[in-house]
Design a protein around this ligand. Structure first.
Ligand code: PEP
Ligand code: MG
Length: 542
């Protein structure tokens, strides 16, 4: 048995076989160590796998977003079999003794350039598709996230690092836990692990020999036991059983109010990243969705999700929540959340860069598609819209103006657009300082403590070296939270917290005393928070 240490993202235990995840190699090497025939066979196997994936994606899209939107996957299936394309791949493999990866990516580039140079707009648009299928093939050839590399048996996934877009593409039902070498505990990948209730460790030094071995991931003690001794395995299984019992005990709190001993009641909502998380929201009896990180829909897509595709997902979430509030945060892409098709340039300081509302107010057509989808979905339940990364009154006014423009367009088209409550994330020091003015513009504030901590303390939340300095309990952060709550209340806004700090049980009392109206946390954190709230007595002096 060997023991390795790291930093825990979620207290919990995972036991199972390790599977090492390798990133798709985009820097494909030319020369192959295999024969041309072997490389061609690799290509054919990847081609068959890609066909299988595309057939699955077509079926899923057909059910979720209708035939028109699903058709793209059929086009991709046809392209994969296109003789000109496959002949070009074969020729590069044979003539240049190249790897299948190199042959595919070169062919993809060549065909994309050829399509882009054509006069016909339809053919020009095929450039993106041919790049897409080539990337899919390269991913499969090199074992990337969407290669379907997770088999039938659930595993503990071990990787150098995982980006949010890789994480959302993984089949969660096959994941027992995550272990990564890099990454920070405040990253979106860590947040996803918490949402999915998957034990995770970062900063672990692993090697290739781990693949296939049994491991115990002990989130409580920040360590991994590789090939655990029999006694240790038994004690960990017992601990895991106790965890399950604790979770079962918490179930007794379902349908109970979030009320303190002296009668103060607040909302406890849940944060989600996609429609699939709504089941967790209901299982954990959250009173609503306090943060729907809509950008994950974009990260999980091959191209800009259409208004129709978004509408159908928002509607599904809103209908499932059956009248309970659903706060949809508009696209917060950029920084660590990158979707290739946005073509965002590499930036020196991505956290301070072109992201979130800044992209939306610049690329208005993308934003309007989302706003139209939200407005349409709002006819099916209770929807609030929330703008991220706001720093000024001007931005809020511009965003609201676009919202109203979308409403007018929808009504003119004879469509229904429901009423939506409008709010902003308060996650920049500028928004805190302007809270009185901003509160005049909106109906609610939601404190994004993850970014607020990053920008207040000038600490990159993605940088693992700074984890020790990233202190969301810093008095400056707590003062900002208090200031925001007070300013919001002065102007009739309700104020919530949707950053990770909302789930911090050691701060629940502080937040309640500050007068917070809502705490929105990852679904598994709802019932422990309810338990904590119900144990507090705010009438006692501290
Ligand atoms: C935050 O910044 O606190 C927040 C909730 O948003 P995100 O973590 O997605 O940036
Ligand atoms: Mg944020």
């Amino acid at each position: 048995m060997q023991v390795f240490t790291g930093k825990s993202i979620l207290n919990g235990i995972a036991i199972g076989p390790v599977r090492i995840y390798h990133k798709a190699q985009n820097d494909t090497t030319v020369n192959s160590a295999l024969t041309a025939e072997q490389e061609w066979e690799r290509f054919e196997t990847a081609q068959a796998k890609a066909q299988e994936q595309l057939a699955g994606l077509y079926k899923k899209a057909l059910a979720e977003v209708g035939e028109d939107n699903a058709a793209i996957f059929e086009v991709h299936q046809m392209m994969l079999e296109d003789e000109d394309y496959t002949d070009a791949v074969r020729d590069i493999i044979e003539r240049q003794n190249a790897t299948a990866e190199y042959a595919v990516s070169t062919t993809g580039e060549n065909f994309a350039a050829m399509f882009a140079a054509m006069d016909d707009a339809y053919m020009q648009a095929r450039a993106a598709d041919v790049k897409d299928i080539s990337q899919r093939l390269v991913n499969i050839l090199s074992g990337g996230a969407d290669s379907g590399f997770l088999g039938e048996e659930p595993v503990i996934l071990v990787a150098d690092d995982l980006t949010p877009s890789e994480t959302v593409q993984l089949d969660k039902s096959k994941l027992l836990g995550f272990i990564t070498r890099h990454g920070s505990s405040n990253s979106h990948t860590a947040i996803l692990a918490r949402t999915m209730n998957i034990p995770a460790l970062i900063g672990v030094d692993f090697d290739e020999s781990w693949d296939g071995k049994t491991a115990v991931l002990d989130g409580y003690n920040h360590c991994v036991y590789l090939e655990p001794a029999v006694e240790l395995l038994a004690s960990m299984e017992e601990k895991q059983n106790n965890d399950m019992k604790q979770t079962a005990l918490l179930q007794g709190l379902k349908k109970k109010p979030n009320v303190t001993l002296d009668g103060r009641e607040i909302n406890v909502f849940a944060n989600i990243g996609n429609a699939g998380d709504v089941g967790l929201v209901l299982q954990n009896d959250a009173g609503g969705i306090g943060l729907f990180r809509s950008e994950f829909l974009y990260l999980d897509a091959e191209d800009y999700p259409t208004e129709e595709a978004q509408f159908s997902i928002y509607k599904q979430v809103v209908e499932t929540m059956a009248g309970k509030k659903v706060i949809i945060r508009t696209l917060d892409i950029g920084a660590d959340k990158q979707a290739e098709y946005f073509g965002l340039e590499k930036e020196e300081n991505p956290a301070l860069g072109y992201r979130a509302i800044r992209i939306c107010l610049t690329q208005k057509e993308i934003f309007k598609q989302q706003l139209r989808a939200i407005l349409r979905a709002s006819a099916y339940g209770t929807v609030s819209v929330m703008f991220p990364m706001v720093i000024s009154v001007r931005e809020v006014r511009d965003a609201k103006e676009l919202l109203e423009e979308c409403r007018a367009e929808l009504l003119a088209e004879g469509r229904i657009a429901g009423d939506v409550e409008v709010g902003i994330m308060v996650e920049t020091p500028a928004a805190v300082m302007m809270a009185d003015e901003l509160a005049e513009e909106v109906q609610f504030f939601s404190l994004g403590t993850n970014d607020l901590t990053q920008y207040t303390l000038a600490i990159d939340r993605q940088n693992p070296k700074l984890d020790a300095f990233y202190d969301p309990h810093h008095p400056a952060v707590l003062k900002m939270i208090r200031q925001t709550i007070e300013a919001g209340h002065r102007h009739g806004c309700w104020v919530g917290i949707c950053g990770e700090l909302g789930a911090d049980l050691t701060l629940a009392e502080t937040f309640l005393r500050m007068g917070v109206d809502e705490l929105s946390v990852s679904p598994p954190a709802v019932l422990p928070l309810r338990k904590k709230i119900r144990s507090l007595d705010l009438s006692k002096e501290i």
